[in-house]
Design a protein around this ligand. Sequence first.
Ligand SMILES: Cc1cc2nc3c(=O)[nH]c(=O)nc-3n(C[C@H](O)[C@H](O)[C@H](O)COP(=O)(O)OP(=O)(O)OC[C@H]3O[C@@H](n4cnc5c(N)ncnc54)[C@H](O)[C@@H]3O)c2cc1C
Length: 535
Amino acid sequence: MTATYDGIVLGAGHNGLILQAYLGKAGLRTVAIERLPSAGGGLSTLAGPRHPGSLHNTHAFFLRAVTAMPWYRDLELERHGARMIEPALNVALLTRDGRALEWWTDVAKTIDSFAVFSRRDAETLRRWHDEFVPIVRDILTPESRAAPLPPDERRARLERTGAGRRLLAVSALSPLRFVEQEFEHPTVKAGLLFFNGLREVDLRLPGFGHHIATLLASPAKAQMSRGGSAALARALESAVRESGGEIRTMTEPKRILIEGGRAVGIETADGDLIRARHLVASALNPQQTFLDLIDDALLPREIRDRAQRFRYNLLAPLFALNLDLAEPPRYRASADHPELAQAFMVIMGLDHVNQFTDIVRHHEAGTIPPTVMWGACPTQFDPSQAPPGRHTAFMWEKLPYRVGGDPGNWDRLRDEHGRAMLRLWQQHAPNLAEAVIDSFTRSPLDVERELPNMRHGDLLVGAFANDQVGYHRPFAGAGNYRTYLPGLYLCGSSSHPGGNITGLPAYNAAQVILADLGLKAEWMPAPIASQLAAI
Ligand SMILES: Cc1cc2nc3c(=O)[nH]c(=O)nc-3n(C[C@H](O)[C@H](O)[C@H](O)COP(=O)(O)OP(=O)(O)OC[C@H]3O[C@@H](n4cnc5c(N)ncnc54)[C@H](O)[C@@H]3O)c2cc1C
């Protein structure tokens, strides 16, 4: 069977769907090819088979500033059913001695919480916040929403303004150096570096010092999707279908068809030919796109080598413990801090910045460090995610993919480790001893089995190292969503600005593809070079 479309998108995660919806809005007829029975990728919500009505978000849950994303507005996702919730006490780090370091959506309250630990650190937070707000607004946010400039051109442009020079100076530090230099309290330092780890940035790497200052200044707080993360995927699917797009689930590509030096379609694993008049866009990782799907004889050696070298998990992927509960966790610390009853993301096991040295050593050795974990009880904010009177909750921990030297060990160690996490959780929330109705765990190996683009369980679909970010993501020469092959584009998390539910790799790829096709769209931002020149 042969079908013809204007464009084919490989992988219907949120990036694939966002690209498809933008192409559809521009009048192109598209199809997405997805190996799982439903679209959404990391926007997935599992309906617990043992407890009907109980929903578990097995991948992405904390969705950062989704309502501020351009695609959320352009694709009118609320008209398509999306609803986001943004709890005011956004993050709370519970210390062993019963204290809580709190991040609020209201920065003044966050500063007050820092002051309980250190007045000097609270003042430092205020200073960096005020200085970096315009840098985030005028430089970093626009840069994340555009194809990256070549590094020399970027540097030259940034050096023309005070804000740009400041950003370059702070970036030259490592996150660890930045935190050590600027902050004094070990728990405050630990909390700040924790967020750096969430972004999978190695705290020792120079070039990423601005991450912490950005975090302090960013208006982008954690949100959750009402009805579960998959509800956001359903809204995206609805936008795709409204724009005339099709989604073929339970279908895998076998190879990309190349004729006359152009990508002209795909052959599926079932032997169907799907032809593309204009483009094939891959939301898969570079190994899948270039090594698995392109005939070796048609792949330049340099591209093959670069795709082979693309690295995953600079730090460590995620392990998850998921609970069905008769009541929400009631934290001991809420006796002194009643506001904790409404805390969204809760962090436990982290008191001192020195713990990171130990954690990094364990990750590198493939061993399990003393637990630092974080998670939430979604049903406290959205009762629709469990039957009446019931709750769900989860905790995540960063743990090595090759535990004991072999990822296969996870199938044996998984439940035992889940019990260890539950013990730590109970120390902070003693009511869990009685409240747990059921539980299950998911290891980094389970993540890879479900979403093979997340190689080695890497939730960001590729490590953040200096040679794999911005213009160099996934590798030098492929940082602008185009590839060596005309008609073949990249649009997934292995491209700038990387993983998580940002939708920006797709948003940026849509700009590049439509420009290449000579199509204009009213939603397109001004070119990044002119935005930087206007600062
Ligand atoms: C445990 C866990 C927790 C996470 N928590 C968060 C969080 O709180 N917040 C956040 O922002 N992010 C989180 N993430 C990361 C986030 O889920 C990913 O970064 C994001 O989903 C990447 O989006 P994507 O569209 O690029 O790729 P994906 O969401 O991975 O989508 C890729 C799609 O391609 C499909 N596919 C793969 N291989 C093939 C193939 N050969 N043929 C056809 N289709 C294929 C997949 O089935 C999938 O649908 C988490 C991830 C994990 C694993």
